[in-house]
Every structure is written in C-alpha cells, then in structure tokens.
Design a protein around this ligand. Structure first.
Ligand SMILES: NC(=O)c1ccc[n+]([C@@H]2O[C@H](COP(=O)([O-])OP(=O)(O)OC[C@H]3O[C@@H](n4cnc5c(N)ncnc54)[C@H](O)[C@@H]3O)[C@@H](O)[C@H]2O)c1
Ligand SMILES: O=c1ccn([C@@H]2O[C@H](COP(=O)(O)OP(=O)(O)O[C@H]3O[C@H](CO)[C@@H](O)[C@H](O)[C@H]3O)[C@@H](O)[C@H]2O)c(=O)[nH]1
Length: 461
C-alpha cells in the first residue's frame, strides 16, 4: 500500500490530502502538523476550516485510510511520498521584507524530513514557493540526511480556490507535476501521477521541468489577480463616465480570447495568495535585475490598494463627508463567499479606514467567528483594544447589525445578502439610509424603490 504523509494541515494540506484519501482507498494518507490544536480539530466533529463538501469527504475516510496526527516524525518515517504544504507568508523583516516569501517553514520541514527519514522518499513541494526552491530543498536533504538515502523532489503546485476547494480538487482543470528531467525524476513524476490518475484523466496531468512548474503557480495567480485589477481600474472609469462595469465586463468576456471568468469588479481582491504571490514575483524580478518587469506586476497590487481606498472614500463622501460617530453595518468579513477565511480580506482595510474616521462598526458575517474578527482588527496596524471595544460590535444576524445604522457596506458576496428583507432593514435604519454594494450583488432598482440611497462599484449613482 502506498503511504503518503502531508506536512501542514492547513487550507491546502487538509482538503487536498483528504480528497486523495477519498479517491484512493488503496493509499494511506496521514496529515501531520506542528499545531496539535489544529490536528485535534481535524479529528473532531468541528473541522478547523469551513469548505463546502469537506465534512463529507473527511467523514467518509477518516480512520479508514485518512489520519490526522501531531506525530510528525512517525508520518515522515512511514511515508513513500511526502507533501510539504506548509505556510509561505510574505517576509516581515530582513532582506526582501514586504515582498519575498518567508521560506523558514519550508526549510524547517525539509530539515526534519532529512533528519528523520530512513528510507527513500519522494518529497513534493505543494506550498507556493519562489522559482528554484526545489534546488535549495534538495541541497538541504542531501547535506543533512543521516544515511545515504535517496530523495527525489517534485513540484506539484495547488490551484484550488477557497470556497470551491472540494469541487476544484475533484475536477481540476489540470494537475501540474514538475521534476528534474532525469530518469529518476521521471520515475518520481510517474509515482505521483499514478496517485492522481485514480480520478484525474491522464491528459489533465501535465508534466514539465521543476522551474517551469514552480513559476507557473506564481504566474497563474499573477494573471488572475491582474484581471481583477484590470476590471477594477475600468470600474473607476465607469463611475466617472456613466458606463456600467458589469456590462463592459460582459461585452469583453464574450470574446473567446478573453473569456467571462474573473472579470467581476469588486472592492478589491483578498485572500492569502494573490498579494503574497505577486509580491513574490516582484521580488523575483528585482532579484533578476528586471526592474520594469517588477514594476509591471507591482501595479496589480497598487491598483488593488487604490480600489479599497477609493471605496472607503466614496462611503465617507456620500455620508456628507463625515462618518465620525456614525454607525455603519459591514456585511461580510471573509475575503470571499463560502469561506470563513479572512486573510488579507478587503474588509480589514475598509474597517481600518472607517475606524480612523471614528465611525462605529457593526459587523455581520455568516462564517467568521467573532474571535477571528477581533484578532484581525485588534492589532497595531488597525485598532487598539480600546478602540475595538468602544467602536466595533459583532452581530449574529444581518438584521441586528443593520439596526440604527446610517449605512450598510457590503464587502463579501454571500448569497444570503441578495435575499434579505430589505424593507425590514430599511425601516430599522437611520435616514437617509445608505447602502454601498462593493460586490455588485444587490438589486439596486428594488432598493431605490424602498427608499435606499444606493452606491455601487463601477456604476454612477
Ligand atoms: N489557501 C489556499 O487557498 C492556497 C491555495 C494554493 C496554494 N496555497 C499555498 O499552500 C501553502 C499552504 O497554505 P495554507 O493556506 O494551507 O496555509 P495554512 O497556514 O492554512 O497551513 C499551513 C500549516 O502548516 C503547518 N506547519 C508549518 N510548519 C510545519 C512543519 N515544519 N511541519 C508540519 N506542519 C507545519 C502550520 O502549523 C499550518 O497549520 C502556502 O504556500 C500557500 O501559498 C494556498
Ligand atoms: O472576478 C473576480 C474574482 C475574484 N475576486 C476576488 O479575488 C479574491 C480571490 O478569489 P479566488 O481566486 O476565487 O480565491 P482564492 O482562494 O484566493 O484562490 C486563488 O488563490 C489560490 C492560492 O494560490 C489559487 O490556488 C487559486 O487558483 C486562485 O484562484 C477574492 O477576494 C475574490 O472576491 C474578484 O474580486 N473578482
């Protein structure tokens, strides 16, 4: 029986390896993590992350061929294939601070594999890493291995999006496997391809060299984020001219060369990946002495910041140029719908702007825990604990959150926001009652008929 171990039971390691176990009953999968609390949650009825369909997958194979454990060494010792799916955040200090990926977790995981392994291993980079990281991993493994053990390194970047992770994993557009172009590299590539081939058609499993595979992951995220910044840049032109950004995106998306996906204007993209991976690409370009290339990609992030500030300024301007002591309901705190993840959520930046203006914020999100909101806002970058206590309140219902507020600001595109009883909401609000749709999901005509003052990204009032 093939044995797989995954280092890192996070948003990627958990769902990815759970789906492997689900689709490959003949493979034993053990997901390990240094964080024992997270492992305990994976072994409980309340999984540590919310992802549609994940519960069913985990419950179907946990204890059968899927195991969650804090015993990292045992997982490494027993496995034939080891996924490294640890976090690679943007560096906060030192060389490359604010841009480069912090590879400390990848390195420490690699050193642990080298120290513990007693049999040959195929080590698979699942984390998103800068180009040529596999080379450093190989050097560490070869220099630190106790006996003369063979390690083969593969790059197998993950393309799942949160909120649709299980569907993406069950039916991926492609599975990418990079390896050294040597007979041993090809053999390792085949061993991993055979696992995916349990459910992914062979023609969707594509293979290439290590460096192309590593770079493809950064490139895919950069191209996706670039589309959003492009449509958001157009949204500013629409607001100034009377064009409608949804109509413009629709017209452009019908061109088969452009395609309709990822052209939804918004208050800005969030999530743990886009900004981090573009900054990583910017750093890589600078390191390669390609300043024009670096500047080009950096603009995608600059535009995203501009979009968030632009929206905050719109709210303040429409509320008669001051929101001091006004009450605003923030609908949605997650970075997108169908996830409880708040990493780099635009809501954090928007609330920061509002708190700087001394507004009172009522937050409602169907999936984000109050403790998470406090963690995100109560930090030196956003608000002091006193400010948080006196100016932020988290609610369990959108109706409660909207009571006695001057404005509602929609920041996440949760489906439930489309079908609320807005007459009831309107009646409970201060007048004039404003609603700002940062996700273009609401029926503005209906809202105006009720009496709301409505503002939408990418459309004139
Ligand atoms: N979140 C996504 O949607 C997504 C999608 C594709 C790729 N990625 C990439 O995948 C990687 C992981 O992302 P994530 O969102 O799952 O991160 P995460 O923070 O949710 O999970 C990472 C986990 O790794 C654990 N860890 C760190 N060092 C370890 C070690 N030495 N041994 C065992 N466990 C260790 C941490 O405790 C943590 O639980 C990142 O490189 C990210 O860029 C993320
Ligand atoms: O047309 C769009 C599409 C998305 N977004 C926003 O963009 C952000 C990212 O959304 P999405 O890409 O759907 O979610 P992620 O989970 O961040 O997934 C991205 O990042 C992952 C981590 O690298 C990759 O694996 C995925 O392929 C890539 O889509 C969110 O704030 C969305 O609201 C828009 O504003 N407009």
């Amino acid at each position: 029986m093939t044995k797989i171990c995954c280092l890192g039971a996070g948003y990627v390691g958990g769902p990815t390896c759970a789906v492997i176990a689900y689709k490959c009953p003949d493979v034993q999968v053990t997901i390990v993590d240094l964080n024992a609390e997270r492992i305990a949650a994976w072994n409980s009825d309340e999984l540590p992350i919310f992802e549609p369909g994940l519960d069913e997958v985990v419950k179907a194979c946990r204890g059968r061929n899927l195991f969650f454990s804090a015993d990292v060494d045992k997982g490494i010792l027993e496995a034939d294939l080891i996924f490294v799916s640890v976090n690679t955040p943007t560096k906060k200090s030192g060389v490359g601070a604010g841009f480069a990926a912090d590879l400390a977790y990848v390195e420490s995981a690699t050193r642990r594999i080298a120290r513990v392994a007693t049999t040959p291993k195929i080590v698979i980079e699942k984390s998103t890493v800068p180009c040529r990281t596999a080379e450093s991993m190989r050097a560490i493994l070869e220099a630190n291995s106790r006996q003369n053990i063979r390690f083969d390194i593969l790059s197998n970047p993950e393309f799942l999006a949160e909120g649709t992770a299980i569907a993406d994993l069950m039916n991926p557009d492609r599975v990418l496997i990079g390896s050294l172009q040597t007979p041993e590299g090809f053999a390792a590539q085949k061993a991993l391809a055979d696992v995916y081939a349990h459910w992914v058609p062979r023609e969707k499993i594509i293979t290439m060299g290590l460096w192309s595979s590593e770079l493809s992951k950064l490139a895919a995220n950069a191209l996706l984020a670039q589309r959003i910044s492009s449509v958001n840049a157009l949204s500013a032109i629409c607001e100034a001219t009377g064009a409608d950004v949804d109509e413009v995106a629709y017209a452009c998306g019908l061109d088969s060369r452009i395609g309709p996906k990822f052209l939804k204007a918004s208050v800005g993209f969030g999530g743990s990946c886009f900004q981090k991976d573009i900054l990583n690409l910017v750093y890589l370009s600078e390191s390669l002495h390609l300043p024009e290339v670096a500047e080009y990609w950096k603009q995608v992030v600059t535009m995203n910041e501009y979009q968030k500030s632009r929206f905050a300024e719109l709210v303040i301007r429409r509320l008669f140029n001051t929101i001091t002591n006004k009450h605003l309901a923030v609908f949605g705190f997650a970075f997108k719908k169908n996830t409880g993840d708040t990493r780099e959520s635009p809501a954090i930046t928007l609330v920061k702007h509002f708190l700087q203006e001394k507004a009172h914020i009522h937050i409602y999100d169907p999936k984000v825990e109050e403790s998470q909101i406090e963690l995100d806002l109560c930090n030196p970058d956003v608000a002091t604990p006193e400010q948080y206590k006196s100016h932020v309140k988290v609610y369990n219902s959108p109706y409660e959150a909207a009571k006695d507020v001057d404005a509602i600001v929609v920041l996440t595109e949760w489906d439930e926001f489309k079908t609320l009883d807005y007459r009831k909401v309107f009646n409970s609000m201060n007048k004039p009652a404003f609603i700002f749709d940062g996700r273009l999901i609401l029926d503005t005509q209906k809202l105006r008929k009720i009496g709301f003052q409505v503002e939408v990204i990418g459309r004139q009032a």
